[in-house]
Design a protein. Structure first.
Length: 126
């Protein structure tokens, strides 16, 4: 019977320890919930229309001719046409910027039989 008293004592001590730990844990959780802020966090998407005051366009003008001066003159004419169009749309000339002109010489694969030389063309790009 001594063994039964010992088992009963261990069971009783275990039950009391379990009961105390449940009360301690419940008290901690209760304090955690009551100390948390009473706010709601919302995430989502919002849209707003606005007028942009900045625009960046990239454009390339190309002109081809057998004479470099003609190709460059044609290129400048295209540049003036674009500038006139942008100014007609109320874009100030200070807001328009141009990069440098790139010139390349291209040789065609066919030969001028009368001269026996390849014909060439110049390309100006802005």
């Amino acid at each position: 019977m001594n063994i039964n008293k010992s088992a009963l004592t261990l069971t009783l001590i275990g039950a009391v320890a379990l009961l105390v730990s449940v009360f301690v844990l419940a008290g901690g959780l209760k304090g955690f919930r009551s100390n948390s802020p009473k706010t709601i966090s919302v995430t989502g998407k919002a849209e707003r229309n606005f007028t942009s005051d900045l625009i960046v366009w990239s454009a390339t003008f190309t002109s081809e001719s057998t004479d470099l001066q003609d190709a460059y003159s044609e290129l400048k004419g295209k540049q003036q046409a674009v500038a006139s169009y942008l100014k007609s749309k109320s874009i100030p000339s200070e807001a328009i910027a141009y990069s440098s002109v790139s010139i390349s010489r291209e040789n065609e694969s066919s030969y001028d039989e009368s001269l026996g030389v390849p014909s060439t063309a110049s390309r100006a790009t802005h």
